[in-house]
Design a protein around this ligand. Structure first.
Ligand code: PLP
Length: 393
């Protein structure tokens, strides 16, 4: 019999009743060190007092009015994002997928308004992930996500991630936009070198194509800059944000330049809940905490510490791990052993991590994790790796 919850997830046999900072607690009191962070969502950990206060204060005042009316919390968050980034304007969504969907619409509308409606092709990259909507799976293009769901939304060209020669061949004035994650998340924590991102920006400029960056996983301070593209010193035309911006409350956003957004006039797009008062009350506080020089400098410092410890872990378990990769507190352990064995052994050692493609174990901790907690997480991963090695003998 089909379960009451549609069985599309392979869930771990764990269930948590409470969260405290970087810890998740089961009903029996067992405490797990959370290096999964809700898949890069809980940027300030669980039950952060300022987020709890913002949400409960707003909950007692007003939950929802719809986008029929002005929403002051939404305007405040849009102002903050515009102030902190390249963007001139913001559209709020409830999820990352919806932001990706709007980016695709916006790129098409941009060329439609320029009397080139046939200029609709978007270059995307193998190993990418842009959500599970019909256009999102077509954009990523992987067989795993698209099989059985055809016919797919047309207009996507797929190139190997980081293949700059293939990009040079494909990018001409028939291309509407190039869309990519500066650090691929689901694809196995694969950062694009800064030089390549710079070259992609220049190549887009040459033919007038829009650059769409999906920073849903790698943005909001995760790499030690507010957004990952800042490392390369370039700016996109459109950027997608979600996950961390709500700190656990569902919230996403599309940020764009005035030029890229020019076709999106009243009635061309909308959302019932997008940018509702509850979500934006939380988003404002997340931005207030994360988008500061001191906070981001501390993320960079902690990232260096964690990476060094993980290099040590990899060196002492060559039969389990092969490599550490990633950027900031978005780190991947490329495994020799099956990544799910490492993750399951981690559950036994009470540390939570996330699988990714290419046999990688992802670490996406809260950005305010402490040094002691990072040391404890690596110690628990060491226990997990030791158990796997014992099983191999
Ligand atoms: N884009 C990227 C890079 C992601 O990592 C994700 C989620 O994992 C999405 C898009 C989709 O976001 P959501 O699951 O919030 O719809």
């Amino acid at each position: 019999m089909i379960p009451s919850v549609l069985p599309t997830y392979s869930r771990a046999p764990l269930s948590f009743v409470k969260g405290e900072g970087s810890w998740l607690i089961e009903a029996d009191g067992r405490r797990f060190l959370d290096m999964a962070g809700g898949i890069a969502v809980n940027v300030l950990g669980h039950a952060h007092p300022a987020l709890v206060a913002a949400l409960t204060q707003q909950a007692g005042q007003l939950w929802h009015t719809s986008n029929l009316y002005e929403i002051p919390q939404q305007k405040a968050l849009a102002d903050r994002l515009v102030e902190a980034t390249f963007a001139d304007t913001v559209f709020f969504t409830n999820s990352g997928t919806e932001a990706c969907e709007l980016a695709i619409k916006m790129a098409r509308k941009y060329w439609f308004e320029k009397d080139q409606p046939e200029r609709l092709k978007i270059i995307a990259f193998e190993g990418s992930f842009h959500g599970r909507s019909a256009a999102g799976i077509a954009a990523a293009g992987s067989e795993k996500m698209t099989r059985g769901f055809g016919p797919l939304v047309p207009g996507f060209v797929h190139l190997p991630f980081g293949d700059m020669e293939a990009l040079a061949d494909a990018l001409d004035d028939s291309i509407a936009a190039v869309m990519l994650e500066p650090v691929q998340g689901e694809g196995g924590i694969r950062p694009l070198p800064d030089a390549d991102l710079k070259a992609i920006r220049a190549a887009c400029d040459e033919v007038g194509a829009l650059l769409i960056l999906d920073e849903i996983q790698c943005g909001m301070g995760r790499t030690g800059k507010l957004f990952a593209h800042e490392w390369a010193g370039i700016t996109p035309d459109i950027m997608l944000v979600a996950k961390g911006i709500g700190g656990g409350f569902p919230l996403g956003a599309l940020l764009a330049t005035e030029n890229a957004a020019a076709g999106m006039t009243a009635g061309t797009h909308g959302s019932t809940y997008g940018g509702n008062p509850l979500a934006c009350a939380v988003g404002n506080v997340v931005m207030e905490v994360v988008a500061t020089d001191d906070f981001l400098a501390d993320v960079r410092r902690k990232a260096g510490t964690l990476r060094q410890k993980l290099e040590g872990l990899v060196a002492s378990h060559p039969d389990v791990f092969e490599q550490v990769r990633g950027s900031g507190l978005m780190l991947g352990l490329k495994c020799v052993a099956p990544n799910m064995d490492v993750i399951n052994a981690g559950y036994a050692a009470q540390v939570l991590t996330v699988p990714a493609a290419d046999n990688v174990v992802r670490l996406l901790p809260a950005l305010n994790i402490t040094d002691d907690e990072m040391a404890e997480a690596v110690a628990r991963l060491d226990t997990a790796a030791t158990e796997i090695t014992k099983g191999l003998k």
